[in-house]
Structures are given as C-alpha cells and as structure tokens.
Design a protein around this ligand. Structure first.
Ligand SMILES: [Cu+2]
Length: 151
C-alpha cells in the first residue's frame, strides 16, 4: 500500500518491540519481531539481538515485500538471503554469530554502485514531506555476542 507520509521521525516513535510472537521457532527465546506496517518500510529500522536469537519479519501490509541480504555489509551470517515476505506472512532468521545484517526489500529498494540501498522512486521507497522518495525500504540487525559466552 502506498501512502504519503513524513519519513523523518516516524520510524523511531511507532513500534513497541514488546509485542513478540509467542510461537516457538526452534530457538529457546521468542524471536524479536520487525513489522512491515501498511507502508513500504521495516519497523523498527534497526534492532539489536544476541547470538542464538532469531528475528521474525511480519508483513502487515497488503503488498508483498522481501527480505534480501546486502552481502557487501553483512557480517552476521545468513548471506545470500533472498526471501519473499508475502502479505500476512512471516520470514524468520536465526543468527548464530556476531556482526551486522544489513538488508533491504528488492521491490522497494535497490543497491547502488557502492552496494548501498537506495530508493527506486517514484513508486517505491518512502516519500518525505517535500515529495522526494529518498528513503529505501531497508533495515539492519546488530548481533552482539551471546550473553553467556566466556571472555
Ligand atoms: Cu517492499
């Protein structure tokens, strides 16, 4: 669903992370959920987990989206991920070592020459208050060392 919205400041204020799925996913902890609201964005944009944790993407939009690894910057495993996130559906990934997982939606962003996600515009990305589609649909997961790993 394409909606005009103000990009700046919206992403950080909207989602409470506490509403996690109670469903088991193979891990011993509930996955952290990243939602696609009825707009072309991931919310929250950035999440932090620990090794062994999972992230579940939930698409609450009426359009299909995707979760695609930006392998140039992906140091947290799950390289080469290219998963369809259908309307109403979920994608879950488990992260087993520390690093950063940078990802984007290939329907609403693409990689530039420096492998950075950029908005396709004018139909994709997020439109700012000036009417510019400057924000690609992308996000990142930071994976910290497990809490119980020895030092
Ligand atoms: Cu998308």
């Amino acid at each position: 669903m394409r909606k005009v919205l103000v990009a700046a400041g919206v992403a950080s204020a909207v989602i409470a992370i506490g509403a996690m799925s109670a469903g088991a996913s193979g891990g011993h902890r509930s996955p952290l959920q990243v939602k696609v609201p009825g707009e072309d964005r991931f919310a929250p944009f950035a999440v932090t987990i620990h090794t062994g944790d999972s992230v579940q993407w939930k698409n609450n939009d009426t359009d299909d989206h995707t979760v695609v690894s930006d392998d140039t910057f992906n140091t947290a495993g799950n390289r080469g991920v290219n998963r369809l996130l259908p309307s109403g559906g979920t994608v879950t990934l488990r992260f087993t070592h520390p690093g950063t997982f940078v990802y984007y939606c290939r329907f609403h962003a693409h990689l530039d020459g420096a492998s950075q996600p950029v908005a396709p515009g004018p139909e994709g990305g997020i439109q700012d208050s000036n009417g510019n589609f400057g924000t690609p649909m992308s996000g990142e997961v930071t994976v910290l060392p497990g809490k119980r790993s020895g030092h």
